[in-house]
Design a protein around this ligand. Structure first.
Ligand code: NAD
Length: 322
């Protein structure tokens, strides 16, 4: 019998699909993501054929050693920076992700962060709760219009494309982008020109990050790059925390090199860099950009389909290799 280990509860729909195929699926009971030790210990319990992991699991050589029978590691996430893909390749293992399942959810969350900053929604809410509202004031909490803004997308894969779609069609915003790969559909559908990252940063009122976390994108946003952004510009990150040098971001915000930031992911999450949470011009959410029922169910189905396809045909669907 095919046996699968899943390191945390995920929506039932995918687990049911696997059980209907006759697979035995052990789902960990833990409330929180597993510690490394617990993860390794659980992997040693049975000769599993496949493993479902979360983005918080470090899937490295030690994990592969702990469960040498598992030939497929199905990550319940779009990003797969938590998996040592080189080691997996060396050992002939298959690694999969859930590409495309949460693009709309993450794009809506990205736009929500932009709107919260542009309308000063969060600051207004705090102002009210602190009892500071004494009457209508023509100068109170003046924001900016997304419709008048230039949006600089760094990375225009599935999520970047959806962000452009919402902002171009829904708000009439101007879209520009930077991506090593020319994106014909973003250029044709949203009249978005492609620039170098520096030229994108110089022009954008909102810089929005939609890149994978790979060695080339680690600290893609750093002190030097903050200094070329407009002092009136906002930075949005719903990709992965280490894409930003968070210490340099805190400095840039304090020194008003940029106007504000909307962040769903953090360099050392769940920890947040000292000083970030004291800043008024920052809005933060706890890595919930894909936390919508539809997206999470789709992720669960994708995880199951990858496993089923692998065991039935020898080839998974969303194979990642980097
Ligand atoms: P994707 O693979 O479809 O697109 C990534 C794009 O980034 C590609 O077009 C690629 O060419 C581009 N890129 C790579 N290196 C670049 C660089 N140096 N500069 C500019 N562009 C570069 O991925 P996606 O589905 O759009 O997801 C993007 C990332 O979002 C994922 O890798 C994941 O880490 C993150 N994500 C976060 C959440 C969340 O909950 N916050 C949810 C889903 C995905």
């Amino acid at each position: 019998m095919t046996t699968i280990y899943c390191t945390h509860r995920i929506p039932d729909v995918g687990i049911k699909m696997l059980r209907e195929k006759g697979y035995e699926v052990d789902v960990a009971e833990n409330e929180h993501p597993l510690s490394k030790e617990q993860f390794l210990e659980n992997l040693r319990k049975k000769p599993y054929d496949g493993v479902i992991t979360l983005l918080t699991d470090h899937v490295d050589g030690e994990a592969f050693d702990a469960c040498p029978t598992a030939k497929i590691w199905s990550n319940y996430a779009v990003g797969f920076n938590n998996v040592d893909c080189d080691k997996a390749k060396e050992r002939g293992l298959t690694v999969t992700n859930t590409a495309g399942t949460s693009s709309r959810a993450v794009a809506e969350h990205t736009v929500a962060l932009m709107l919260a900053l542009s309308t000063r929604l969060d600051e207004g809410d705090r102002f009210m709760r602190e009892g500071k509202y004494k009457g209508w004031d023509p100068d109170l909490l003046i924001g900016v219009d997304l419709s008048e803004s230039t949006i600089g997308l760094i990375g225009t894969g599935a999520i970047g494309h959806e962000v452009a779609n919402i902002l171009y069609k829904g708000f009439g915003a101007k879209i520009i982008y930077s991506d090593p790969i020319i994106n014909k559909s973003i250029e044709d559908d949203f009249h978005a020109p492609r620039f170098s990252i520096e030229d994108t940063l110089r022009q954008a009122d909102f810089v929005s990050l939609h890149v994978p976390l790979i060695p080339e994108t680690h600290h893609l946003m750093n002190a030097e790059r903050f200094s070329i952004m407009k002092p009136t510009a906002f930075l949005i990150n719903t990709s992965r925390g280490p894409v930003i040098d968070e210490k340099a971001l805190v400095e840039a915000l304090k020194e008003k090199k940029i106007r504000g930031a909307g962040l769903d992911v953090f360099e050392f999450e769940p920890a947040v860099t000292e000083g970030l949470l004291h800043l008024e011009n920052v809005i933060v959410t706890p890595h919930i950009a894909s936390a919508r029922e539809k997206a999470r169910n789709a992720m669960s189905v994708a995880v199951a389909n990858n496993l089923i396809s692998f065991f039935e045909t020898g080839k998974a669907i969303n194979v990642v290799t980097r």
